[in-house]
Design a protein around this ligand. Sequence first.
Ligand code: ADP
Length: 363
Amino acid sequence: MGKVNRDEILSILDEYNKDEITIATLGSHTSLHILKGAKEEGFRTAVVCEKGREVPYKRFNVADDYIMVDKFKDIVNEEVQEELKSMNSIVVPHGSFVAYAGLDRVENDFNVPMFGNRDILRWEAERDLERKLLVESGIRIPQKYNDPSDIDRTVMVKFPGARGGRGYFVASSTDEYHEKINSMLKRNWIEEEDVELAHIEEYVSGCNYCIHYFYSALKDEVEVMGMDSRFESNIDGLCRIPAKDQLDIGMDPSYVITGNHPVVMRESLLPQVFDIGDNLVECAKKLVSPGMNGPFCLQTLVNDDLEVIVFEMSARIDGGTNTFMHASAYSYLLFGEFMSMGRRISREIKTGVSEDNLDVIIT
Ligand code: ADP
């Protein structure tokens, strides 16, 4: 099994009727505004929908066509791919698409033209690659500890596959680290082999801002489209309990995302925001060609020294863009009209069609 060949994708794209492009995605995550935005830009839309999950798409009326599948992962099945191609579809990848289809299959078996850079998806999924991209971009990230005996301040400990931060913990010394690891082993929250994979990083005490960027490869410009912050259970609930009662309750904190709310940053932080986005885009061009095309998100914590510290990256549209299905403060500044991230993607595709350079933005 080899990688999907770029020439193969381009020749499929070549066969497409460019006046009849369909914008398609998997029915989950950010698909509502991806499809709504596509309609606003004049495209036909299709949703690949798991049976029983069609209600939101019907009730919000965002899809012209439905491709019903038994399971989300069936989007990579041969028949589904053929149907998508017969509709001249450009697929917009999002977090659930990558999770359900699986990175290997997206890279090796899925030859429907996709918006963005399919090779960069692996760089957000693998912690070492993500770190390499952020470090080489010169971006401030939490300090990493290679050995628990080096712990000299409060750290956060993360495990691979710890979905949504469940099982992450905070420790302030080497002893506390070992105590908590042992307790997790006893409760079967982790296995022995997970201990080796524990990722230990500086705990950043700050406020959370998730910055949604769009890199237009057609204009060679980085746009700040919006920002959100997260509601996380149970940590946000835990913080509402007075400190002395927290100790009595003995609850373990978790960081499971349950929702998002829109935010803006103090204006003096915006130069940092643009610098970070510009640096990442330039570095991505070199490390994983053609680069960070399309939407990407940096999850940050801003400390009281007013440093924007990046602890996580999404190299595709992030779920927090659901906070601006109409417009954000920033997308309004830039466009002066309702502009969601979904609509921005379709606008780029529309420009690609009209300028006959879709090949720059499709992989
Ligand atoms: P996941 O990718 O599993 O959702 P994240 O790495 O995004 O996990 O972390 C989940 C949450 O944990 C974040 O939203 C944030 O609240 C908190 N967090 C993550 N890294 C740090 C850190 N270095 N310092 C402080 N809090 C952190």
